[in-house]
Design a protein around this ligand. Sequence first.
Ligand SMILES: [Zn+2]
Length: 72
Amino acid sequence: MRGFLMWFMPAKMKQAAEAESRQWIGVCNHCGSENSIWDIGGIRYGAAGRPTKLVRCPKCRKPGAHTFEKRG
Ligand SMILES: [Zn+2]
């Protein structure tokens, strides 16, 4: 999905989307590591709120709910 979206974006918008996606941080409730939406292969740009997503933690490899908050 991200690759499909990025295909249509100009380079500057890709950089902005990556930078913003890296500011959305969710905490793994198995190992406590902090993963950005970008780290888990997602993209979030021009959005607000606190989305909860079911993702596989890249650190401990366990699936679980991450609630993402924008930092920075
Ligand atoms: Zn984890």
